[in-house]
Design a protein around this ligand. Structure first.
Ligand code: ATP
Length: 201
């Protein structure tokens, strides 16, 4: 039986805001483990910039040296839109003795009522909110009342900003894990040039 945190997202790419959210949630809630769950087909995003397998690979690299933090393929293995409520149902069926904590950044507080079956989400897990912006959290009172606020340090960074920095050749040092940056450059993702691999014998 365990207390399991879930962080769903597009992770296009994963950045240190996601990593810090996981680290603080693990300690503050506290949790036995956290699963990052990359969405195959995120319902609220118009487009994704790299393949689901590349996003999955970047999350795997980011969590490789984190204790008790893992990545789950559950949404990549499912067809159709990646609805959080379906993921929760599947996890609860697979591990009925675990309790689930859905960890979101506060930009999602006002969004959650527009997610597929929000009542179902609140029935199946505890929704925990990390700080992301300094603006007031607004949302449907019915759902706000059911959310647990987590006082995490502000790390105002987004995947959008990382993509913009990469495409314009600016540094992303300290903003994404080094292993993720190496992968992006090796694969030539987000407008970076594919790095030549030199074979010397
Ligand atoms: P994009 O800029 O492409 O919209 P994003 O940075 O918001 O992407 P997502 O993959 O959509 O990244 O986010 C997944 C989850 O992580 C969401 O719940 C989001 O609120 C949360 N999150 C993202 N960035 C941060 C951050 N800097 N601090 C706290 N939470 C964050």
């Amino acid at each position: 039986m365990g207390r399991v945190g879930l962080i769903g997202g597009t992770f296009d790419p994963i950045h240190n805001g996601h990593v810090l959210l996981a680290q603080f949630a693990l300690e503050k809630i506290p949790l036995n483990r956290i699963l990052f769950i990359p969405a195959a087909d995120p319902p609220h995003k118009d487009c994704v910039y790299v393949s689901a397998s590349a996003r999955m690979q970047m999350v795997s690299l980011a969590v490789a040296d984190m204790e008790s933090v893992f990545v789950s393929k559950i949404e990549l293995d499912r067809s159709g839109k990646s609805f959080t409520v379906d993921t929760l149902r599947q996890l609860c069926e697979q591990n009925p003795n675990d309790s689930y904590y859905l960890i979101i950044g506060d930009d999602n507080v006002s969004q959650i009522s527009s997610w597929h079956d929000p009542e179902g989400i609140f029935e199946l897990c505890t929704v925990v909110v990390g700080n992301r912006t300094i603006t007031d959290r607004v949302g449907k009172k019915q759902f706000l009342d059911q959310m647990t606020l987590l006082n995490t340090p502000l790390f105002e960074l987004s995947s959008t900003e990382i993509r913009q920095r990469l495409i314009t050749g600016r540094s992303v040092k300290g903003m994404i894990p080094e292993s993720v940056e190496s992968y992006i450059r090796e694969q030539g993702l987000y407008g970076t040039c594919r790095r030549k691999v030199l074979h010397t014998e």
